[in-house]
Design a protein around this ligand. Structure first.
Ligand SMILES: [Fe+2]
Ligand SMILES: [Fe+2]
Length: 184
């Protein structure tokens, strides 16, 4: 069952694992950080599209925390984009990796301590599964029938929509994304 709280935590662990490897110098840092961005950007976007709004509806007192969360997403996103534009040999590169890791650690900790328990406590099992399914679809395209090798996946369409900066892309299904990027 795709419980939203478990899915979000699992994706956090994947990102932390990549960051730990990048910090240790275990593998190609640029490739690892690219992978961090690939996992993290749709994750944050899906949180902002329908997870944070649900939390705010369930617990008005979490409003400030949610606002902080969005600000932190954008800070991390900006640092990541700057990093990916540069080169792993640049002076300051390791410092930026460390800054991203620290900022993200703080963000993930607050999200897991203060925000996700609201979903765990106030949604029933079916609601958490429903949101989890939606989250997986938004971040990995996982619930789509996996067609043949040549079928464009939702994730690929999503990446194109990101490149074209199409607004509202995380809420679009595969067909809507295809229409938006001009591939239907
Ligand atoms: Fe998250
Ligand atoms: Fe987040």
């Amino acid at each position: 069952m795709p419980d939203i709280v478990e899915i979000i935590k699992e994706q956090h662990r994947q990102v932390e694992d990549l960051l730990a490897r990048a910090e240790k110098g275990d593998g190609d840092s640029a490739a690892l950080m690219q992978e961090v961005a690939r996992l993290l950007l749709p994750h944050s976007e899906a949180e902002e599209a329908f997870v944070y709004p649900a939390i705010r509806d369930l617990a008005a007192e979490a409003g400030d925390e949610v606002k902080d969360g969005v600000v932190e997403h954008h800070q991390v996103e900006e640092m990541l984009q700057n990093l990916l534009r540069g080169d792993a040999e640049d002076p300051g590169y390791d410092g930026t990796v460390a800054a991203i890791t620290g900022e993200l650690r703080h963000h993930v900790q607050e999200e897991e301590q203060d925000l996700l328990p609201i979903l765990a406590e106030r949604l029933d099992d079916a609601e958490r599964d429903e949101m989890g399914r939606r989250f997986l679809e938004a971040t990995t395209g996982a619930d789509l029938p996996s067609g043949g090798d040549h079928e464009t996946t939702r994730r690929e369409l999503y990446q194109k929509a990101r490149e074209q900066e199409i607004h509202g892309r995380s809420r679009m299904n595969k067909q809507e994304l295809a229409d938006a990027v001009g591939e239907s």
